[in-house]
Design a protein around this ligand. Structure first.
Ligand SMILES: *[C@@H]1O[C@H](CO)[C@@H](O)[C@H](O)[C@H]1NC(C)=O
Ligand SMILES: *[C@@H]1O[C@H](CO)[C@@H](O)[C@H](O)[C@H]1NC(C)=O
Length: 236
């Protein structure tokens, strides 16, 4: 379907005026979208973003430190997974996916306090003197679960960072959700090289998010390059 860019911009701006945002509501397994909040922990703040970088809601969104009502999806190492949103991503910014191995036997009781490792990052492309965002206007995306990842229970976290107001510290908007998965397969690699979410406010790990990170606080209208925050993608 072809949509005229001007119309798309106008309608996105109109939506913004009423403060409607977007949220990741369902997990896609092998190209099949599962039911909303079947495997994704349900948040209780509608479509609102998280802005406070040191808030626990940064992990899995508001009201989602546990997923006792959420099912855990059976997935295979190396397979294609994805997330779907309730409406399109219409703020500019990076789209990233993270994984954290459960530190307790049942991932529905895991609060995400362990290490988070990046497994996908959809960064800005520089076109002339402006940044363009490959994820702009999408309502779903895919990523690959590394084939060598060790079996076990994990949280997988989708993260889109809206950077339209990010010239001030604390104004980047984080849209996040976590899915609960049981990974099967013959992999042996435990994901490493990650961060804590939120970072420890007293003793930051080197790559933990901070409000003034260059990928989190910047004027995107005048930026000519961009690197998404956090460590490099772990490929297994
Ligand atoms: C996903 O697709 C792959 C490749 O077609 C297949 O081997 C695997 O069994 C599928 N897994 C699930 C959970 O459907
Ligand atoms: C996700 O992957 C599935 C299966 O591989 C494919 O059918 C679907 O078009 C992909 N979706 C996107 C948004 O790339």
């Amino acid at each position: 379907m072809k949509i005229f860019p001007t119309l798309l911009c106008l309608s996105a701006a109109a939506v913004d005026v009423v403060s409607a945002h977007y949220r990741f509501m369902s997990l896609t397994i092998n190209g099949t979208k599962t039911a909303d909040y079947q495997y994704v922990r349900q948040n209780n703040n509608y479509q609102d973003p998280i802005e406070a970088i040191n808030n626990w809601n940064m992990r899995c969104n508001a009201g989602a430190l546990q997923g006792l009502k959420t099912k855990t999806a059976q997935v295979e190492a190396g397979q294609t997974l994805g997330f779907s949103l309730d409406r399109m991503i219409f703020h500019p910014g990076p789209l990233q996916t993270w994984i954290s191995r459960s530190t307790v036997p049942d991932v529905s009781q895991y609060d995400g306090s362990g290490e988070w490792v990046k497994i996908q990052s959809d960064d800005a492309k520089v076109q002339g003197t402006v940044l363009s965002w490959p994820n702009w206007y999408i309502t779903e995306y895919n990523f690959t679960l590394p084939a060598s990842i060790a079996p076990g229970q994990y949280l997988i976290r989708a993260e889109h960072i809206g950077l339209h107001l990010a010239q001030e510290a604390g104004r980047a908007q984080f849209f996040v959700s976590c899915a609960q998965v049981q990974v099967t397969g013959s992999g042996t690699n435990i994901p490493t090289g990650g961060i804590r979410i939120p970072g420890d406010p007293v003793a930051y790990l080197p790559r933990d998010y901070q409000a003034t990170d260059p990928g989190i606080m910047l004027d995107i209208n005048h930026a000519t390059s961009y690197t998404a925050p956090g460590p490099a993608v772990w490929t297994g």
